[in-house]
Design a protein around this ligand. Structure first.
Ligand SMILES: NC(=O)c1ccc[n+]([C@@H]2O[C@H](COP(=O)([O-])OP(=O)(O)OC[C@H]3O[C@@H](n4cnc5c(N)ncnc54)[C@H](O)[C@@H]3O)[C@@H](O)[C@H]2O)c1
Length: 395
């Protein structure tokens, strides 16, 4: 009843251009009213709530939805039966094949660049929730920092403007643990200082800052989530997107050495992709999440040396050689998430252990019908060093 009255006041306020202040009050009040109802439900109940109340009849737009995490998010959203899921992806690193098993009446892939402001404004019309995942990665930022900033930071600012202008009700910005830089204290809460070590981390932080600014300045309902390193089916081993777990696993399966850059004592908090995507989905519906910045991690850490040994065990090739090479530029030395806030606000609990996740990834590779040797043909070992640094930095 009270919410209904508030909603009508917000509509009126829009007419009189009072929306920033009132919207902010409205969002705060909704959070307060929703808090006692949903704080005590566990994750199962929260998922039930999403199915029953929050997703049906919604139009959802996912940028980067043909990519690794985005395509898992699309999969999970399909199960919640929204009216439509619009995936916007320019396929620079994503693949239409990541979505081919999904219902075509529900999921629509639009091949477009998020830097095309006019097209994005058209696509936002009638959308209820935006999940913004499109980005260029950390190694890309080392050889092409300006383009990385354009896509990750500038395009995020433009998307926020177009989403707000189109009346989109929720904007979820998918940031990264790379905004922190190396841990100064662990586990890392959301209050941990942000000192990114790469242009990627810096550009993701800029995207976060714009997202929070839209909430603070205009009362626009945004959420920032910070996933830690994710892995699982459809992860990247290829080109400058290649990540450590898929590269190690395929190399181990192919009987090739696993190459560690640096001494291998650097740590990461590896999160299985279904957990990461579930946390992102919850950020799109939980009232308490609005205006917040939330870690999504497993809440544990492992050294890269131990990871290599674990993968050798999982692949049952414990004699695979592990070699060391010079450290990667800008490599973060320690990441380890505190996940209490995600648990409190989203009911988020990671469900897959590293060992379970690695086993599932191995099974997925075996199911592809392509040998690890074939898959490794498009691996680039030192994938930050594409010989374009000078040209790109100077451009
Ligand atoms: N994978 C991880 O470990 C990890 C960790 C932390 C945060 N994240 C964040 O999660 C999000 C998704 O990451 P991912 O690992 O799935 O990466 P990904 O590369 O698989 O997905 C990004 C998608 O964005 C698309 N894209 C890039 N530039 C675009 C543009 N200009 N216009 C339209 N589409 C464009 C790519 O084609 C790709 O499909 C990113 O925002 C990333 O910062 C990922």
């Amino acid at each position: 009843m009270r919410l209904h009255w508030l909603e009508s006041q917000v509509t009126k306020a829009r007419l009189f251009r009072l929306e920033p202040l009132l919207l902010k009050m409205y969002v705060h009040l909704r959070s307060l009213l929703a808090f006692p109802l949903s704080f005590y439900v566990d994750e199962k109940d929260m998922n039930h709530q999403i199915t029953a109340n929050n997703m049906q009849n919604k139009r959802i737009l996912i940028t980067g939805g043909a990519g690794f995490i985005g395509s898992e998010l699309v999969r999970q959203l399909v199960a919640k039966r929204p009216k439509e899921i619009v995936v916007v992806d320019n396929l620079v690193n994503g693949q239409p094949e990541n979505l081919t098993d999904l219902p075509t009446d529900q999921v629509h892939l639009i091949v477009a660049d998020i830097r095309d402001t006019q097209q994005m404004a058209d696509l936002m019309l009638g959308v209820d929730i935006v999940f913004h995942l499109a980005c260029l990665g950390v190694r890309h930022s080392i050889h092409a920092p300006h383009e990385n900033h354009e896509v990750n930071a500038t395009a995020t600012l433009n998307l926020l403007s177009t989403a707000k202008a189109a009346g989109v009700n929720r904007f979820v910005y998918v940031s990264s643990s790379e905004v922190y830089g190396t841990a100064r204290s662990v586990p890392m809460t959301e209050e941990h200082p942000t000192f990114p070590m790469t242009v990627y981390g810096a550009s993701k932080l800029a995207g976060e800052c714009y997202t929070r600014a839209f909430y603070e300045t205009y009362g626009y309902p945004t959420v920032v989530v910070r996933p830690f390193n994710s892995y699982g089916p459809r992860c990247h081993h290829e080109g400058d997107s290649g990540e450590v777990i898929p590269k190690f696993m395929l190399r181990c399966m192919a009987g090739k050495p696993m190459v560690i850059f640096g001494d291998g004592t650097q740590t990461r908090d590896f999160t299985y992709v279904t957990d990461t995507a579930r946390g992102i989905l919850m950020a799109g519906v939980a009232e308490e999440a609005v205006g917040q910045t939330i870690n999504l991690g497993s809440g544990s850490e492992i050294t890269i040396n131990d990871l290599a040994r674990e993968i050798a065990l999982i692949v049952e090739r414990s004699n695979t050689s592990i070699t060391h090479d010079a450290p990667r530029p800008g490599d973060v030395l320690r990441l380890y998430a505190e996940t209490t806030k995600a648990n409190n606000l989203l009911g988020f609990k990671p469900q897959t252990t590293l060992r379970e996740g690695l086993l599932k990834l191995k099974d997925w590779y075996l199911s592809l019908g392509e040998s690890p040797e074939t898959l490794l043909q498009n691996e680039i070992l030192r994938n930050w060093d594409l010989g374009r640094v000078k040209q790109s930095v100077g451009s």
